[in-house]
Design a protein around this ligand. Structure first.
Ligand SMILES: [Fe+2]
Ligand SMILES: [Fe+2]
Length: 153
């Protein structure tokens, strides 16, 4: 992969990860479930770690991280105004799973493009696995809430 293409990709992931930080922090202030709130805060910290890892790689390549502007709103809008209650929480978790799965797909594609001997290989794998763990936790929580709702009918 050409250096310019790598820089472009890293900048793209930087924005994605920063959006995830902001989204999960915003959600942590909205949800009623305390365990979910604590988990969102913890996951936001992990996403912040991803942001910093990518910023460091960009610096090594001699470029600065993109300046963030208008990019937060579209993602925040994705979760549909933070509906409350169990149904709202399920919708929020579903949106998060979609977002994490998209990130995983893009990390996998990037890993395949840079190849095993590339300097970015370990970082990209680390991020991919983190996103996988987030997806698994969100999916598990969603299942729990769905079963809970079904049990009440
Ligand atoms: Fe991430
Ligand atoms: Fe994630």
């Amino acid at each position: 992969m050409e250096k310019d293409a790598i820089i472009k990709k890293l900048q793209w992931f930087y924005v994605l990860e920063l959006n995830q930080v902001n989204l999960y922090l915003a959600q942590s202030k909205q949800v009623e479930d305390f365990y979910l709130r604590q988990t969102l805060l913890r996951i936001a910290e992990v996403e912040q770690g991803h942001v910093e890892n990518i910023r460091a790689k960009l610096q090594l390549l001699g470029v600065s991280a993109p300046v963030m502007g208008e990019t937060i709103a579209p993602l925040a809008g994705m979760v549909g105004g933070f509906a409350t209650g169990k149904a709202g929480t399920i919708a929020l978790l579903k949106a998060n799973i979609d977002l994490e799965e998209k990130a995983m797909k893009d990390y996998k594609d990037f890993i395949l493009r840079v190849g095993k001997n590339h300097e970015l290989f370990e970082m990209l794998w680390g991020h991919l696995i983190d996103e996988d763990l987030h997806t698994a936790w969100f999916a598990n929580k969603m299942k729990e809430l769905e079963e809970n709702m079904a049990g009440r009918q």
